[in-house]
Write a protein that binds this ligand. Structure first.
Ligand SMILES: C[S@@+](CC[C@H](N)C(=O)[O-])C[C@H]1O[C@@H](n2cnc3c(N)ncnc32)[C@H](O)[C@@H]1O
Length: 400
């Protein structure tokens, strides 16, 4: 692992907004004298001053991607990072939960708050790989390369929303898109016992990269100390050695306890369409492939299947060996290749299942039908008993 060292500043990690009212030009000049290393140190000190604890980790460049590595050995079941609610940045827009542009506009308002500078200085900027891989920044040609009309349509809607909001607020559309993507990648949705649904930036916790197999867990604990407050932490679920990169899982995996147990309808485990649109990358783990496969064989996915047929996974593989591909083009081809792999796997599994079904004798099929009916009858009975118990309880309470 390469930890960030002093050297020429990498401006791509800092927001590059061009709005003259915001005095960003002078801020970008000031940034030219910063280095990743001292930006990290200022950030870690800032988190500590706000009551957070990041002493167990440090920022690093791992094969070209920024993330967190263990600064020391970390024992199982201990906190890796802890951030109190008071160190979070609330970008919620009360009463407007459904509009993704609302927290994005709030992020833009906070961008030049001197109090928050150590955090804002670390946000990946408009030209960083993290942001360039978001479909919102793809050209029309690159969007077509996804071979997925559903994602293209959703991206067009997001682009239109950003253009409208930029127009209404006299902002640059690219800046609103940057903010929308940054919120999608980094903000957490949290249900507060007092305030309901909140959109929070959790400085430090948003530096963990994704691994579908990661065991480490994000937890929140609400407490009443005069005021309601909370602590957000990432807890080690296996021992971690100093220098190891630490990741968390962004979406459920069907095989994890919080996943769907192998019959996912996509509510818990994310599809690659969701990974791409929220985070700008493609996940090739087995669980995501399975969830993609189930999504892609559905009748309503016919337009996607037709579009994917334009090239084969093998052709896509060959295209990916071209080192001159732009970041968006590479991301788009990785995406469509992964969908083809998932679709083929699901179709083959379904064909095998159908063949096994056809090979069953009439007696076997009859026995299975009877077992299914029996199980359904038992479930109905159980529910009826529970309902009766509830009814009796309410009747007894009413009598009292
Ligand atoms: C919450 S941030 C994580 C920290 C981020 N890498 C940084 O430097 O600030 C999420 C973003 O990190 C990148 N990322 C995280 N995990 C990744 C993975 N497994 N593959 C590719 N990119 C990943 C993506 O750009 C994603 O949107």
């Amino acid at each position: 692992f390469l930890t960030f060292t002093a050297g020429s500043p990498d401006r791509s990690w800092s927001p590059q907004l061009r709005h003259p009212q915001r005095g960003l030009r002078s801020r970008l000049c000031a940034l030219a004298s910063t280095t990743e290393e001292n930006a990290w140190q200022r950030f870690a000190e800032w988190v500590a001053a706000r009551g957070g604890d990041m002493a167990n980790v440090e920022i690093a460049d791992i094969d070209g991607m920024r993330g967190l590595v263990a600064a020391r050995d970390i024992a199982e079941n201990t906190s890796i990072v802890e951030i109190p609610l008071t160190a979070s940045i609330d970008i919620s827009e009360p009463g407007n939960d459904a509009d993704p542009s609302a927290p994005a506009l709030n992020l833009l308002k906070f961008l030049d708050d001197p109090e928050l500078k150590p955090y804002m200085d670390l946000l990946p900027g408009r030209t960083s790989p993290d942001i360039s891989r978001m479909p919102d920044f793809f050209s029309e040609e690159e969007l077509e390369m996804l071979q997925c009309p559903e994602v293209v349509q959703k991206t067009h809607r997001r682009q239109q929303l950003c253009a409208t909001r930029a127009d209404e607020s006299s902002l640059d559309t690219e800046d609103v898109k940057w903010a929308l993507c940054t919120v999608a990648q980094r903000a957490f949705s949290v249900v507060s016992p007092i305030d309901g649904l909140l959109r929070l930036l959790l400085p430090g916790i948003d530096l963990f990269n994704h691994d579908a197999h990661a065991l480490h867990e994000m937890r929140v604990r609400w407490t009443l100390q005069g005021l309601v407050t909370a602590t957000f932490k990432v807890v080690a679920r296996s021992p971690i050695k100093k220098g190891e990169e630490i990741r968390i899982c962004y979406g459920g995996d069907p095989f994890r306890p919080d996943g769907c147990g192998g019959d996912c309808t996509g509510d818990m485990a994310l599809t690659n369409a969701a990974y791409l649109q929220r985070y700008g990358f493609v996940d090739d783990c087995f669980g995501t492939t399975m969830v993609d496969g189930k999504w892609l064989v559905k009748p309503e996915s016919e337009p996607i299947r037709e579009s994917l047929a334009a090239t084969s996974a093998e052709e896509d593989e060959k295209l990916l060996s071209d080192s001159s591909l732009s970041i968006p083009a590479k991301t788009a081809i990785q995406f469509r290749r992964q969908l083809k792999i998932a679709l083929k796997a699901q179709q083959e599994a379904d064909a095998l299942k159908a063949k096994a079904e056809a090979a069953k004798s009439e007696e076997q099929k009859q026995a299975e039908r009877e077992a299914k009916e029996k199980a359904e009858e038992e479930a109905r009975l159980k529910e009826a008993n529970a309902e009766e118990a509830r009814r009796q309880l309410f009747a007894a309470l009413e009598e009292k």
